[in-house]
Write a protein that binds this ligand. Structure first.
Ligand code: NAD
Ligand code: ZN
Length: 359
């Protein structure tokens, strides 16, 4: 069976595109109880972007702090309960921020119409009803969360996405200028999420011409952004990285992520490490999976003088390493992609623990 691919319905791309948000929302404002919910990264509170948000009197806005932890099921449930109690069913949910905010907005849209806690829906096709209209405005570039069919949340038991066709945004606005203020280390970690998506997508059994077409272009753009003299964070590269992020996401949606993301999920679950950063920590030690790409990655780290701590495992307990291995081991779709359908014969929980000990 081939995947039945669900793409974003509408995309606006270009520097300054954010200012089209008002006109785009205009025609959606008659839906449901006639108000919009804006979920905005707290970073933008008091910044110039805040004044450009087309907030009507009846709308509600939440500035979410995502620095203390990655998005959680509790966070989504809290916002949903507050909105429904105070105002009813919104016309739409608009997320403005990085991958974390994209995931909160996608999950929130679904939870407006599905009963109970979002933790009940962590998994594939567990969501029962379509959510409300939702629109994403990414302010970082790399995660592919703008196009993916999953809203990754950390819940009481696992870090796992609410994954179904209805998760995908109805509309995205890709304005590369919004990424200009991302701090250098974060720019790199999130950008490397895209690079790693492309490498993982191509290094496994689910790779195919569809994934390849997007993945090769995304990888080419990543190399322009992160290697050589013209690399670095400037307007032209911000345009490139935003497209790379989208294409990397499309590539992996029709293929799969692999070992690096499995290790990364363990790191995020146990230590709360941010996704892009955790990917970088893991990728640096996965030469047996990704060969020369690991050398290329290290060169990019050196060139951009990025902080990438070594020997973190020295301060980890056996219990923590075991817990991470449990989280990583329970991602069979990633291991199947990376190692084949008989992956359980090739990789044990102990092997996973040994690789964590290298980090
Ligand atoms: P992020 O959203 O976690 O943000 C990282 C930091 O950058 C935060 O401090 C944030 O406040 C700040 N920030 C965001 N935009 C900024 C801007 N324009 N200027 C200055 N600071 C800015 O980072 P991310 O790497 O974009 O996203 C990581 C999250 O995305 C993780 O929670 C991960 O699980 C999720 N993710 C989801 C998918 C998916 O398919 N759904 C894929 C990859 C990652
Ligand atoms: Zn990723």
């Amino acid at each position: 069976m081939y995947k039945n691919f669900k793409n974003i319905e509408k995309v606006v791309y270009g520097r300054g595109a954010f200012d089209q948000l008002d006109a785009i929302l205009e025609v959606k404002r008659t839906l449901n109880d006639r108000f919009m919910v804006f979920i905005v990264d707290e970073y933008f509170k008091g910044k110039s972007l805040e004044k450009r948000i087309p907030l009507n009197q009846e709308d509600v806005i939440f500035f979410e702090n995502i620095d203390e932890h990655e998005p959680t099921t509790w966070q989504v449930d809290r916002i949903r309960d507050a909105v429904k109690q105070q105002k009813g069913l919104p016309s739409g949910v608009i997320g403005i921020g990085g991958g974390s905010i994209m995931d909160i907005a996608k999950a929130l849209s679904l939870m407006m119409t599905n009963e109970g806690s979002s933790s009940l829906y962590q998994g594939l096709n567990l969501v029962k009803k379509p959510g409300v209209y939702h629109l994403g405005v990414p302010t970082t570039a790399g995660t592919g969360a703008e196009c993916s069919m999953t809203a990754v949340l950390t819940g009481p038991e696992k870090k796992l996405g609410l994954k179904c066709d209805w998760t995908v945004f109805n509309q995205v606005i890709l304005d590369p200028d919004l990424t200009a203020t991302v701090p250098r280390n974060q720019w790199f970690y999130t950008g490397m999420d895209c690079y790693i998506h492309c490498i993982e997508s191509e290094s496994g059994i689910f790779y195919n011409e569809f994934s390849k077409a997007y993945g090769e272009q995304a990888l080419k753009l990543c190399r322009e952004v992160f290697t050589g003299e013209k690399s670095g964070q400037h307007p032209e590269n911000n345009e490139k990285l935003m497209v790379a992020s989208l294409f990397g996401g499309l590539s992996l949606t029709y293929s799969e992520v692999g070992a690096c993301h499995a290790f990364s999920y363990g790191l995020s679950f146990v230590f709360g490490m941010r996704h892009g950063y955790a990917n970088c920590i893991a990728f640096n030690h996965l030469k047996e999976f990704y060969g020369d790409a690991v050398e290329e990655f290290r060169e990019m780290v050196r060139y951009h003088r990025i902080d990438l701590p070594q020997q973190l495992s020295h301060s980890w307990t056996e219990e923590e390493i075991g817990k991470m291995a449990d989280v990583a081991y329970k991602l069979p779709h990633m291991w199947t992609h990376a190692l084949g359908h008989d992956w359980e014969k090739k990789l044990t929980r102990k092997d996973i623990m040994d690789i964590y000990r290298r980090m």
